[in-house]
Write a protein that binds this ligand. Structure first.
Ligand code: GLU
Length: 501
């Protein structure tokens, strides 16, 4: 049953050496967790900081969890976040294929090699038997029932076509592994289960495939979530069984989320309805704001830039060091993300902002006569996320049914009577304008306030309330009137006068 040694030698010869090589290895679930995005980012940053290679590998051996189109979601997400890969399913590379189901035959050969070396064995136990074991003790490890089968018994079962899995044979003793973030961790091997390496469908488990692939792909730094920490000793035992170098492990602490409904803090998870990267984008967050914020979830810059919050991708590449990764769990804070996003929105060029904002503006401003560019200019400094926009500008298409009490404002020194007088004066002044532009409207209203001997605000407040029908608006009276156009402005101002008389 043994495999020709030269095949293994050939596999070894393909492995690139002498460079930092990292990989992001998502399972195609159809969305990107915030925690996964952070793993992808840190993995990418470690490679780019070192001038090494960043690989994308698709871990799709769990056939029960396959989601149509999920690989495309991964590509699209990585691209939007600026995480480019040097090797991967679509671009190829020297150690492909980069999709685990396409590597299927290879895992079986390595499992056989372990069987030959005595580090693995076939297990023919039925599902029923294993269930019984767990019914008796939910934490029970596999009882090694099949470890004692003789070669003849094994052959008989194989000949009879009995299904089997291949299990790792955990040796006695202790295992120590080193993690760049968590330090040295030692476990008693007695705590480790003879885990399944190859399932009865012939496909590897994650626990086996990650070791084989990381080795054969020449991965130098394995970056992943801390949920894999407890399995690391078993991976080390596999590396040792094969006689392979162990990569540098970089386990990243969990991203915690405070549930707005209950106030409880728990691990951020899509299952609990917490936002994924795609949800955040759909809610109007910019990719680069999310990426910048996520970079700081569990990593901190050092030295001169210890206080810096805003980073371009190039700056992150330069600043990112593994030593800055924290082992304490980090908290995902929506308010902080809003703060980053608002700053990124403000920093966009006006043209870029219009492009981003337009679809959101058009959700509520369907009347094409109202210029989306002009509306966007009012919004850029005034929104935390793009999804705030529709509600902020809905008054353009439909004047809200507002109460006359909005005209009363202490700071602007207005009440119903004053407001009526202001609108009565404003209507003819605006009606007489030869040209309808912001400058012209501004000049007319400021001139009118002077003639009337009132503060600008005393005139602007009622005009803005009548034009928009709400107390808080992006932009002032002049901008809003200018976008509404003369006829609609005058109609609304007259309606305001009716409400006041
Ligand atoms: N496929 C695993 C996941 O999506 C990858 C873990 C790893 O990076 O090793 O969680």
């Amino acid at each position: 049953m043994s495999i020709d040694k030269s095949w293994f030698d050939q596999m070894e010869q393909r492995i690139p050496h002498g460079e930092v090589r990292t990989r992001f290895a998502p399972s195609p679930t159809g969305y990107m967790h915030v925690g996964n995005l952070r793993t992808a980012l840190y993995t990418w940053l470690i490679a780019r900081h070192a001038g090494g290679k960043f690989l994308l590998r698709i871990e799709d051996t769990d056939q029960g969890r396959l989601v149509e189109g999920a690989v495309e979601v991964i590509y699209a997400t990585m691209r939007r976040c600026g995480l480019d890969w040097d090797e991967g399913p679509d671009v190829g590379g020297p150690v492909g294929p980069y999709i685990q189901t396409q590597r299927r035959d290879l895992y079986g050969k390595y499992a056989q090699l372990l069987i030959d070396k005595g580090y693995a064995y076939r297990c023919f136990c039925t599902g029923e038997r294993l269930e019984q074991l767990h019914r008796d003790d939910p934490n029970a490890k596999y009882d090694r029932h099949c470890l004692s089968l003789t070669p003849e018994e094994i052959q008989d079962r194989l000949d009879a076509g009995q299904p089997y899995v291949i299990r790792q044979r955990i040796p006695e003793g202790t295992t120590t592994f080193r993690d760049a973030v968590y330090g040295d961790i030692t476990v008693d091997n007695a705590e480790l289960d003879d885990q399944i390496l190859i399932k009865s469908d012939g496909l590897p488990t994650y626990n086996f495939a990650n070791v084989i692939d990381d080795h054969l792909m020449g991965i130098t730094h394995v970056v992943r979530g801390a949920e894999y920490l407890s399995s690391a000793p078993k991976y080390n035992l596999l590396y040792e069984a094969f006689g392979w170098d162990i990569p540098t492990y970089v386990h990243c602490s969990s991203v915690m989320f405070s549930d707005p409904a209950t106030g409880t803090v728990r691990k951020m998870s899509k299952r609990h309805g917490d936002p994924s990267y795609e949800d955040l984008v759909a809610q109007g967050y910019l990719s680069q704001a999310v990426v910048n914020y996520v970079a700081l979830l569990g990593w901190a810059p050092h030295g001169d830039i210890a206080e810096q919050e805003f980073f371009t991708m190039d700056e992150l590449v330069k600043a990112f060091e593994i030593g800055g990764i924290s082992k304490s769990p980090s908290a995902f804070d929506m308010d902080k993300l809003n703060y980053f996003n608002a700053a990124y929105l403000r920093n966009l060029s006006p043209e870029k902002f219009v492009k981003e904002a337009q679809p959101w503006i058009r959700q509520s401003v369907k009347n094409e006569a109202y210029d989306a560019g002009a509306i966007a200019a009012l919004l850029q400094a005034r929104c935390e996320k793009l999804s705030d926009i529709p509600e902020k500008v809905n008054f353009f298409d439909a004047l809200p049914d507002y109460g006359a009490d909005l005209f009363t404002n202490k700071k602007s020194k207005t009440n119903a009577e004053v407001s009526l007088a202001m609108l009565e004066a404003a209507v003819p002044a605006l009606e007489a304008l030869p040209q309808w532009s912001q400058d012209a409207i501004h000049g007319a209203l400021v001139g009118l306030a002077e003639t009337l001997g009132v503060k600008n605000a005393t005139l602007m407040w009622p005009v803005r309330i009548a034009a928009a029908g709400k107390a808080v608006t992006p932009g002032g009276a002049v901008e809003i009137c200018s976008i509404l156009g003369r006829d609609e402005t005058l109609r609304r101002l007259r309606l305001g006068m009716e409400k006041l008389s």
